[in-house]
Write a protein that binds this ligand. Structure first.
Ligand SMILES: [Zn+2]
Length: 281
């Protein structure tokens, strides 16, 4: 397959949409404490309109981790020093198991050559997951929009928490935190562009797990928070080599959903499985 980095054209687009429903309370925080003396210690994240929302980056992170774990169970890393060539799943946070170690990227950047050459090297070096979800060098081909509330305004509540000193087994600190109550509904929209069917399979694996309630979002998961499920999934798909579909899209600017979203996701997962098997053969 050619390097998508060189694709100066629009080849295909997949749009997945669904309602993400909070099954348990959700703890989507700011990641820093509030110093508002009238407020709670840990408020939920709110948008400019003051309504709670889930950052797309947060959902994308948990989905990516899930996909990495699945890929690792199918594909092992290459021998040390060899490029990953679109196989396996590296650990982007590790210095040793990272398909694009920072010192390597630094060397490439110092080496005279243009950005395109760097992109080629990075593409060759990258693992299956970094190629799709992106890395410090490669742009992601999957976008997760921020998940804004739909239907009613999400209800929030304040809960009490304590932190325990593990050594002394005493209560160290009492604090409270805000949660979004169960039943809140958020709009999920994921867009992938210029992707192969096997790459869509990778994304579909994560989306299916999310739909089944196997992926938790936000913080305090150990307390049973963060359980979600998906409702009413739709898949829209346009491949520009389908000239009639492309013309219709250009005329109207809209894409019709495929008749059966779940069947379509499964078909892409099948393409991924075929690709994994071919790689290990
Ligand atoms: Zn990687």
């Amino acid at each position: 397959m050619s390097t998508p980095l060189l694709w100066d054209q629009f080849r295909n687009r997949m749009v997945f949409e669904a309602r993400l429903v909070a099954v348990s309370a959700l703890r989507i925080g700011r990641g820093q404490e509030s110093f508002d003396p009238t407020g709670t210690d840990l408020p939920v994240l709110r948008g400019v309109d003051e309504r709670p929302f889930i950052p797309g980056s947060s959902l994308r992170g948990v989905l990516r981790s899930y996909v990495e774990r699945v890929v690792r169970s199918f594909e092992s890393p290459p021998p040390p020093g060899e490029p990953w060539r679109g196989r396996g799943a590296c650990n982007p946070l590790s210095f040793t198991d990272n398909c694009l170690p920072a010192d390597q990227v630094k060397k490439w950047r110092q080496h005279r050559g243009d950005g395109l050459e760097l992109a080629h090297r990075a593409w060759d070096a990258s693992c299956r997951v970094c190629r799709l979800f992106g890395s410090t060098v490669l742009a992601s081909r999957v976008r997760f929009a921020d998940l804004l509330p739909v239907d009613a305004e999400p209800v929030t509540a304040i809960r009490d928490g304590v932190s325990i000193n593990r050594e002394k087994e005493t209560v160290e600190n009492k604090y409270d935190f805000e949660v979004v109550q169960p039943g809140a509904v958020f709009a999920l929209k994921v867009v992938a562009e210029n992707v192969t069917n096997a790459e869509l399979g990778l994304l579909a694996l994560g989306l299916q797990a999310l739909a089944r309630g196997e992926i938790d979002v936000g913080g305090f998961k150990g307390r049973g928070l963060g359980r979600v499920r998906l409702e009413s999934p739709t898949v829209r798909w346009l491949a520009t080599d389908d000239r009639e579909a492309l013309k219709a899209y250009l005329r109207t600017g809209t894409l019709e959903p495929v008749p059966d979203a779940e069947k379509q996701l499964s078909a892409w997962v099948d393409a991924l499985i075929a690709d994994l098997e071919e790689a290990s053969a």
